[in-house]
Design a protein around this ligand. Structure first.
Ligand code: SAM
Length: 287
């Protein structure tokens, strides 16, 4: 098979199949030949790994993953790409393509059915319109996955891999940090795609933790607390929490005092253990 990152090859295949890019499905295909081999390598997949790929497009990353992994199952929403993938991936016998929406399929069942006792990794050049929902869905479902290596917009990559307690941190940083250890692997310029998007990208890797870094009495409520804390970034944590959770300001300031924090504390300055402590103090105050 010719190189699937070659513009001429892509134009030829897509032209023969009468394919037109869909902006609403986030279809920006990779044309930089160095990106997929590097992504596949740095995702750490090997011949004992089953890989789930989200949004294979014409299969440029899929084929790099299939060279290294035992098996690749890719989930593509656009049914127009099924005949294309049939052609481009015909040299491989370890790839299964599923025509479905990644947010609607039963990933646990797919893993059980296709991967047996293999280690499982997720690897994808994500459609940007669903970056956070896909990442949070993968993390919150507590699937038996060891790592998630994904390309996202650079700004999202910086937010997702920021240190909790730094200015760049947001609610999603804390949520991702609860489930995984995040690192930024490398940057990818907008010119690496066809059509070129308006922003640059980066590849990040999330290594799933066996155990969260903090213990809280109610995970769901803790995430509601985190969303409220970071909800209004210009406000102090006290104001953000009392308006976000509809609580009396006195209860929140009393919780801050009990946690040994100033009334002017801002959520982005709090470490994970401080967020958990404040959450528990606030729960006590509101009983
Ligand atoms: N992997 C290819 C590449 O790197 O060139 C294509 C990446 S493109 C950024 C995103 C892909 O995700 C497209 O093929 C798009 O059709 C697919 N996609 C969009 N929404 C999806 C969804 N909800 N579930 C599965 N695939 C989706």
């Amino acid at each position: 098979m010719n190189s699937l990152s070659d513009i001429g090859v892509i134009r030829d295949i897509l032209g023969r199949h009468g394919f037109r890019f869909s902006k609403s499905l986030g279809q920006n295909f990779l044309i930089n030949p160095t990106v997929c081999p590097r992504m596949a390598l740095e995702s750490g997949v090997d011949d004992e790994t089953g890989v789930i790929e989200i949004g294979p497009g014409i299969g440029v990353l899929t084929s790099e993953l299939a060279k290294r992994a035992k098996k690749v199952v890719c989930i593509e929403l656009d049914s127009r790409l099924m005949p294309v993938l049939n052609e481009t991936l015909s040299d491989f016998d370890n790839i299964k393509v599923i025509n479905a929406d990644v947010l609607k399929v039963d990933l646990r069942k797919i893993i059980e059915e296709h991967f047996g006792s293999l280690k499982v990794a997720v690897c994808a050049n994500l459609p940007y319109y669903i970056t956070s929902p896909v990442i949070m869905h993968l993390l919150e479902s507590r699937l038996p996955v060891e790592s998630i290596t994904v390309m996202v917009q650079r700004e999202a990559a910086l937010r997702l891999t920021a240190q909790v307690g730094s200015r760049q941190a947001g609610a999603v940083t804390a949520a991702v940090n609860y489930y995984s250890q995040a690192s930024l692997l490398f940057n990818v310029s907008r010119g690496s795609f066809m059509p070129a998007p308006n922003v640059d990208s980066a590849v990040i890797r999330l290594d799933i933790r066996n155990k969260p870094p903090v213990e809280v009495h109610d995970e769901k409520e803790f995430f509601r607390f985190i969303r409220a804390s970071f909800g209004q970034r210009r406000k102090t944590a006290a104001n953000a929490l009392s308006s976000g959770l509809s609580l009396p300001k006195e209860a929140v300031t009393a919780a801050l005092r009990e946690a040994g924090m100033s009334e002017n504390t801002r959520a982005e300055s709090l470490q994970m253990n401080q967020l958990a402590l404040l959450f528990e103090c606030l729960t006590k105050q509101c009983k």
